[in-house]
Design a protein around this ligand. Structure first.
Ligand code: FEO
Length: 395
């Protein structure tokens, strides 16, 4: 018999485990594998399934469903989020569940159309709408951008069980599915937050505000352990990771400088900003871990990048820094670029294009200088620092 866990009477975990997985979505390391959680709810009158599993695990998943119900009796598939690790087996399941409707937000419905390519019975729900399963009412809390535009939570009111899809999850696969029957997986949970939810901190806080008005005894995420012991502790952790720090305005300057020339320019930028009244935290990126770079990005009221040109390009370590920008929750969209070059000088322009692509505002054009910066180039750097500081102070 395949593994099934009863969470509360007539509420079952019917997910699949992937303990050997070592890289999730070709992106993130998963030291302890993961699980694709799906839940089956038997109401007095109706049967609902919340989220499905990865497509390639469909056959095994169907057999689990059959251990509990006749698939032809399923009334609803609730799709809290469309990413294929949760919706990949939906099309397969619908073939075996002829009366099932797919319940989702409008955004998820659109995404599913692009994934499935065939019409499917559907019901689009809005925030606060309820589906009555008979003695078990499923109410939907729409929480966009956790972490896609399509996301919602589903709350079983009577049982105080909430299904939160990726939020509050962990890439962690253990012998049990319950948090109180497993070793400490807090590091896996924090890493998961860091890699998946971190760019959406403000959206997570909005979702938590919605949850605070609800009675919740169990959180059922779509990856990793079900949080039936002290679920609010995890909510509190999310809050602490998401709340912005208060403090004085600050510019963060990241630079790299193989021959010390870009570093000289950085010193002038710092001087200009300080003269305008804003301190600059000026950091050589080789002295920072990736985690420290991402933390600094999030506290900057403006970000400045000192980038020399090497082989007609931005040096690889600085491209990595620019890549981190889309993995964090920034409080600023103000940026500037400067750097030394030898003969061609493409790096500043390439970095500006990357920043513009991420919707950064670049109030001053980049400053670049050949080889050792002359006095006028250093003056331009000072002016750049001053201008960025003035932008920051306007906010
Ligand atoms: Fe677990 Fe966003 O999918």
């Amino acid at each position: 018999m395949a593994e099934i866990f009863e969470i509360k009477p007539d509420i079952f975990w019917i997910g699949v485990k992937d303990p050997e997985l070592r890289t999730f979505d070709d992106l993130f390391p998963t030291e302890h594998g993961t699980t694709y959680n799906s839940y089956l709810i038997k109401g007095r009158d109706k049967i609902a399934v919340v989220d499905t599993v990865k497509g390639k695990r469909g056959e095994e998943y169907l057999e689990k469903v059959k251990q509990l119900v006749d698939p032809a009796d399923i009334d609803y598939f609730v799709v809290n989020h469309t990413e294929p690790d949760h919706s990949g087996s939906l099309a397969f399941m619908l073939k075996h569940c002829p009366k099932a409707k797919v319940v989702s937000t409008q955004a998820a419905h659109t995404f599913l159309g692009n994934l499935i390519h065939n019409p499917f019975p559907s019901q689009i729900v809005k925030n606060g709408e309820v589906i009555d399963l008979g003695g078990k009412r499923l109410r939907f809390l729409v929480v966009p951008f956790l972490h896609w535009p399509d996301t919602m939570f589903a709350l079983l009111e009577e049982d105080e069980v909430i299904f939160t899809c990726d939020a509050f999850g962990s890439h962690y696969c253990g012998s049990s599915i319950f948090n109180d029957e497993l070793p400490d997986f807090s590091a896996d949970m924090q890493f998961y937050f860091d890699t998946i939810m971190r760019p959406f901190k403000d959206k997570a806080l909005t979702a938590i505000d919605k949850m605070k008005n609800e009675k919740i005894a169990v959180i059922c995420p779509s990856h990793g352990p079900v949080l039936r012991s002290d679920p609010w502790k995890t909510v509190g952790l999310y809050e602490s990771w998401c709340r912005p720090e208060a403090g004085d305005k600050k510019i963060i300057l990241f630079y790299i400088s193989p021959h010390g020339n870009t570093q000289k320019m950085a010193a002038s930028v710092v001087k200009g900003a300080a003269a305008a009244g804003v301190q600059v935290d000026c950091r050589h990126i080789n002295e920072l871990t990736a985690a420290a770079i991402r933390d600094l990005m999030e506290v900057g009221d403006a970000l400045i990048f000192g980038i020399p040109t090497i082989n007609r390009d931005v040096p690889k370590p600085m491209w990595d820094v620019l890549a981190y920008l889309s993995t964090v929750h920034l409080k600023t969209n103000i940026a500037a670029v400067f750097g030394s070059y030898g003969w061609s000088g493409e790096a500043c322009r390439l970095a500006e294009e990357r920043l513009k692509g991420l919707n950064f505002k670049l109030p001053v054009p980049f400053v670049r200088a050949p080889f050792t910066p002359r006095a006028e180039a250093l003056e331009q750097c000072e002016a750049l620092g001053r201008a960025i500081a003035e932008e920051v102070l306007k906010k």
